[in-house]
Design a protein around this ligand. Structure first.
Ligand code: SAT
Ligand code: MN
Length: 609
């Protein structure tokens, strides 16, 4: 491939000199190249074909390399305060010296792949270009699914286009490793580095081949680096799905299709909501994206969103014909499955895929598995990687270069208690307060203990590339710009549990009932009560027709749990203190108001700015 771009060529040359690969391969993104790389991965033992699903493969990672590693994820800015207390900061100069040592000779004997990619539809004013250099063919094929990768992206770069350089190596195993696992990576946690230099901007990732650690277009570029760019340039890079919601034809006073963006932490059901199959007749949900939204005010004044990705990197466990039939249809072919179990008849399996597990499986680590083995067959963070356009409910505008206008923004988390099923913010600032104070129980999407409540503002805790307090201020500023055209903001919680630990709300396709209530609000219907915590549904205002749910349960889901809120207030106050002195004054005032409503302390109200 003839490269016209001198800066790109120079960076590739420098990297070749540093990493000393045996070969250099410029990815063109063609089908033939994709097949060739998949064949190579099969011959290396990293991939195994999945006969039941044409064009699909399973791959088993090293057991140490199964999720994002937040402890080894760094933001390197000149001033530590720019990274803020929610990020791991490191000095950019010292970190680059450390990384240069790791990368020196790291690709000896390997092929260096140059992977040009575009985040967003090529040619869209909202899209951005990047180039990932990697020694992992798994990364190259995954990037072809997850981004617009190859010759078209390179052509879009022209001779002088701006791109984010993303350098990746799986690293060298330290110590004995696992020769039986054909998944190269650095096996010591301390030898893994996921590093962002927002001031360059550039990304260096060493030692992991997995998901958000290695597919650098995703969390590293499209969230951490992009959030930083977005603050400087007046747009937004968010951890959000985008869906299109269409009410039944002829429904009185309803507008036609509306677009919603929704932020939930990793593994809290974004993919399920983005592809929801409604249980209420006549309603349609179409998917634009399931993980990341880039949003910018359009010429019409509205907030427009694109999905910068071209594929899904979804959590496999729990995905079934019942929970997400559209995802199941999406992954029938051309899908890469990572850390799932395999069946003797050449298919894949994971916990929750069928009511009963098959009698015999090979587990995610390649060991024999039988029901009752006492360990899961698939890793809880097992993933499928599949092209967006294979989704049967993909929205016709999913690649619209202008993006889609957003009517509502939804935040949420996994909260067994207190947080109501749905709550509408009183104002943009109150919506920012709800987003800023979001919490969720941790999941298997990151290395660490699952099921612990942590604050996860805007579902961006692991992904905001700068000081979280400044990020809140940026949201407030966006609201000022959008004025009356700002989307309405809601907070949802599908995960309330009763005393026995059973879920109170059925979730999945039934969540359409909550989306319908939001549409009622957007249509100006009087279906909410103003409470101390926000606008909650009036009794009976959520359509439960055809649903077997006790009205007392509905009342509990929509009630203000005063005791729970008292605990919540303490936690919110702690999380704000950790961000001081950069918490915007208007959010501090909203916290004071909330305290006041529940009779906490005797704080006087602070004036909003
Ligand atoms: O591994 S990823 O970061 O890409 C997936 C997730 O945690 O959401
Ligand atoms: Mn995510």
């Amino acid at each position: 491939m003839a490269v016209q771009h001198a800066r790109l060529q120079a960076w590739v040359d420098d990297t070749v000199a540093l990493c000393t690969p045996a070969r250099v391969h410029w990815c063109d993104g063609s089908e033939a190249e994709y097949r060739q790389l998949c064949d190579l991965l099969v011959s290396q033992g990293t991939f195994q074909a999945v006969p039941a699903r044409p064009g699909s493969f399973v791959c088993r990672t090293h057991p140490s390399d199964v999720a994002r590693i937040e402890d080894r994820t760094f933001i390197c800015t000149t001033d530590p305060d720019d990274a803020g207390p929610t990020n791991r900061w490191a000095d950019p100069v010292a970190m680059k010296a450390t990384l240069r040592q790791r990368f020196a000779g790291a690709m000896a004997g390997r092929t260096l792949y140059v992977v040009p990619f575009c985040m967003g539809p090529i040619g869209s004013p909202l899209a951005r270009l990047g180039v990932e250099i990697t020694d992992s063919p798994y990364v190259a094929v995954s990037m072809r699914i997850m981004t617009r990768m190859g010759a078209a992206a390179l052509a879009a770069l022209g001779s002088d286009g701006t791109f984010v350089p993303c350098l990746h190596s799986v690293g060298a195993p330290l110590g004995p490793g696992r020769p039986d696992v054909p998944w190269p990576c650095a096996t010591e946690l301390s030898d893994k580095f996921i590093v962002h230099f927002p001031e360059d901007p550039s990304i260096w990732s060493y030692g992991s081949g997995y998901g958000g650690n290695a597919l650098l277009g995703k969390k590293c570029f499209a969230l951490r680096i992009a959030s930083h760019l977005a603050r400087d340039e007046g747009w937004m890079a968010e951890h959000m799905l985008i869906l299109a919601l269409t009410p039944p034809a002829g429904a009185a006073s309803r507008s036609t299709t509306r677009y919603f963006a929704a932020a939930f932490p990793s593994a809290c059901g974004k993919t399920n909501l983005a592809m929801l199959r409604p249980t209420l007749p006549g309603w349609t949900v179409r998917c634009i994206g399931d993980d990341i939204a880039w949003m910018r005010q359009g010429a019409d004044g509205a907030l427009h969103a694109i999905n910068p990705e071209a594929g899904f990197f979804g959590v496999a466990p729990g995905t079934s014909e019942e929970s997400n039939p559209n995802a199941m249809a999406t992954i029938r072919r051309n899908t890469i499955f990572t850390n799932v179990a395999t069946t003797p008849d050449g298919d894949v399996w994971w916990e929750g895929m069928t009511a009963d597990p098959p009698a015999q499986l090979t587990d995610w680590q390649g060991r024999d598995w039988k029901p009752g083995a006492g360990r899961p067959a698939a890793h809880p963070n097992a993933r499928f990687t599949a092209p967006l356009d294979q989704c049967p409910v993909i929205d016709p505008r999913f690649a619209d270069p202008a993006g889609v206008p957003i009517s509502a923004i939804v935040f949420g988390g996994r909260r067994p208690r207190t947080i109501p099923l749905v709550n509408e913010a009183r104002s943009w600032a109150h919506g920012i307060f709800l987003g800023a104070t979001a919490g969720s129980e941790t999941t298997a999407a990151t290395i660490g203990t699952a099921g612990v409540l942590r604050r996860d503002p805007f579902a961006m805790l692991p992904f905001c590339g700068y000081h979280m307090g400044d990020y809140f201020a940026h949201w407030l500023e966006m609201g000022r710009r959008l004025g009356a055209q700002a989307p309405r903001i809601f907070f949802v919680n599908w995960f309330r549990k009763d005393a026995s630990g059973a879920y109170l709300w059925p979730g999945f396709g039934e969540n359409i009932r909550v989306l319908k209530w939001m549409c009622d609000r957007l249509d100006g219907r009087d279906v909410a009560e103003d409470t101390a915590v926000g606008h909650l549904p009036r009794p009976g205002s959520i359509d439960t027709s055809g649903l077997d749910i006790d009205p007392a349960v509905m009342a509990e889901l929509c009630a203000v749990d005063a005791e729970g809120w008292l605990r919540e207030i303490t936690l919110i106050a702690e999380s704000f203190s950790a961000l001081e002195p950069r918490v915007p004054k208007s959010l501090r005032s909203l916290l004071s108001e909330l305290k006041h409503s529940f009779g906490v302390g005797s704080q006087r109200r602070e004036a909003a700015p």
